[in-house]
Ligand binder design. Sequence first.
Ligand SMILES: [Zn+2]
Ligand SMILES: [Zn+2]
Length: 275
Amino acid sequence: MDFTRIPKCDLHTHSSFCDGEDAPEAFVLSAIEKGMNVIGFSAHSPMPFEAEGAMSTGSVARYREEILRLREKHREQITVLLGLEQDYYAVDPAIGYDYLIGSVHCLRMGDEYVFLDRSAEELREAVKRYFGGDVYRLASHYYQLVAGLPSRTGCDIIGHFDLIAKFNKNGSFFDENDPRYLRAAMDALDALLEQNVLLEINSSDAVAGLRKIPYPAPLFLHRIAERRGRVLLSSDAHRAENLLAGFLDSVRIARAAGLGSVWTLSEAGWKSCPL
Ligand SMILES: [Zn+2]
Ligand SMILES: [Zn+2]
């Protein structure tokens, strides 16, 4: 497959302003080196509690300032966009960004937050404690929140649609073909497609070896293609060297699902690129 046909635009990245390893400028320099046209930053929004890996409210202004400084400094070589990964429970509305990724990373259960992407143990414990041992009830709760992301966050893009399956390699956590799971997920997906929001094909956990495939799973990509939904490619990179990682596989899987194009963003706005 020819990489020259794949748009080199990556909007889902995490620098040292949240849980990423490298400074934003290292990402920009790596992006230039990789011949990218557009790099977007999407730090984790502040949360209503002390959340490891999320920005604090106090660091948002510095984050914005640094990304905008880099935009000017490297303007001749690359487009730098200022985004945010706005969690469902984000503490403040996100205003003044080039784009927003809306994501559900945790579930609020009473006064507690259960994270979906930290460990299988935390998730199993939550199923026992809050969902009477029924993993499909937890999944259904998760997808209801996902369906509400556009109205709750004002997002342009849905982050890692089926993150709930992060620790489900080889079906060890639940059956992804169980009708209870599929109904909850498909209802959410249809609600999102109805709202014409973009969905990302997120390769991060596939690149890390946690999953065999990017998010969303192929059957969801089929549905998106069928309903003429819009997708984009993203790495969710936490290190500068991981920009664009997994894009070739994502494109292969997208094409196999019947998707004929991906969307990119620049200062001129959103654009569709044939695959
Ligand atoms: Zn995320
Ligand atoms: Zn992310």
